[in-house]
Design a protein. Structure first.
Length: 318
């Protein structure tokens, strides 16, 4: 990623974090949905069905109790006990009818059909027992109640117990599934948090190594350059991203400063050279003026001697 532009790298890194966050959210929603589904299975299906079977069992037990009371009732109490039994039968039938629409599994349907058949047989035997009771055949009525009716009742109760047990097993399976989903969700969340931490650490390291540290180094180079040090190289000038562009821009200032210093040195050298030439010309002029003055003085002196009558006077040259 050394040549990748920062304006590309940062959005790309953000996109990775965002994608991972969205994926984590989708997984969390999926886990929550699975847990809710299992809770619905327990709360809206298995528990109501278990309670319905329990009401069926309780209403059937109430019918059996009424038939036992009828068997021991006096002839004058028989009609009132039969009336109470009819009420219990109606409640029992309502309980069984309420449960039937809840059935969704073939095995449960088969058990329920067996329960209805057993109920029909139980009711037939009960009518026989009541008729025997009305005719005064106490022993025969007790034999039917304690014999065929009892056997039929045990079979019916066993079917209801099996139905409750099956519902409990399905509830346990739903609870186990919910536990598995919960455990998976926890483990996935922990993993996601760790990965998020690694991504965040990677982003922080990338920002520091690729942006913060180079900018700090370039800023330090600018301060050094501003202090007049043009010998220090500008770091990261070879990078192909925005940092490299910044370093290249600072390098231009450094090159300009070096060129300006060179021009100033050259100008100073030129000024020194001009001053030397000027002094030499002035010295030459001074020498020439001195020679002219000497010649003039010698000529004036010679002319004066000649004018004084010294005909042998000479005008000497230096």
């Amino acid at each position: 990623m050394s040549n990748l532009k920062i304006k590309v790298a940062l959005p790309l890194l953000f996109a990775v974090v965002l994608t991972f966050g969205i994926g984590q959210g989708i997984l969390a929603i999926n886990f929550i949905g699975n847990v809710k589904e299992q809770v619905d299975v327990i709360g809206r299906e298995r528990l109501p069905r278990t309670l319905a079977v329990a009401r069926m069992n309780a209403s059937f037990a109430e019918v059996r109790r009424d038939y036992a009371m009828l068997l021991n009732a006096e002839p004058a109490e028989l009609d009132s006990v039969v009336s109470a039994t009819q009420t219990a039968l109606a409640e029992r039938d309502a309980a069984f009818a309420a449960y039937e629409p809840m059935i969704t599994m073939p095995a449960t349907r088969a058990r329920f059909d067996s329960m209805k058949a057993a109920l029909a047989e139980y009711d037939r035997l009960a009518l026989q027992m009541v008729e025997l009771k009305r005719t005064g055949s106490e022993a025969a009525a007790k034999a039917v109640f304690n014999g065929a009716m009892a056997t039929n009742a045990r079979s019916l109760v066993q079917l209801m117990d099996e139905t409750i047990k099956a519902n409990i097993q399905l509830s346990d399976a739903a609870i186990a599934t919910a536990d598995d989903v919960s455990t998976t969700a926890i483990n996935t969340t922990i993993t996601a948090v760790l990965i998020s931490a690694l991504i965040a650490a990677g982003a922080a390291f990338f920002s520091f190594a690729r942006i913060v540290r180079p900018i700090s180094a370039i800023t330090g180079s600018m301060r050094t350059l501003a202090s007049g040090d043009t010998q220090t190289e500008i770091p990261f000038a070879g990078r192909q991203d925005e940092i490299g562009e910044m370093a290249a821009a600072v390098s231009v200032f450094r090159d300009n400063a070096i060129e300006r210093a060179a021009l100033e040195r050259q100008a100073e050298e030129n000024r020194s050279l001009s001053e030397t030439e000027r002094q030499a010309r002035e010295a030459q002029k001074a020498r020439e003026a001195a020679e002219v003055q000497f010649a003039v003085d010698q000529l004036a002196s010679g002319l004066k001697r000649l004018s004084d009558g010294d005909l042998v006077a000479q005008i000497n040259e230096r």
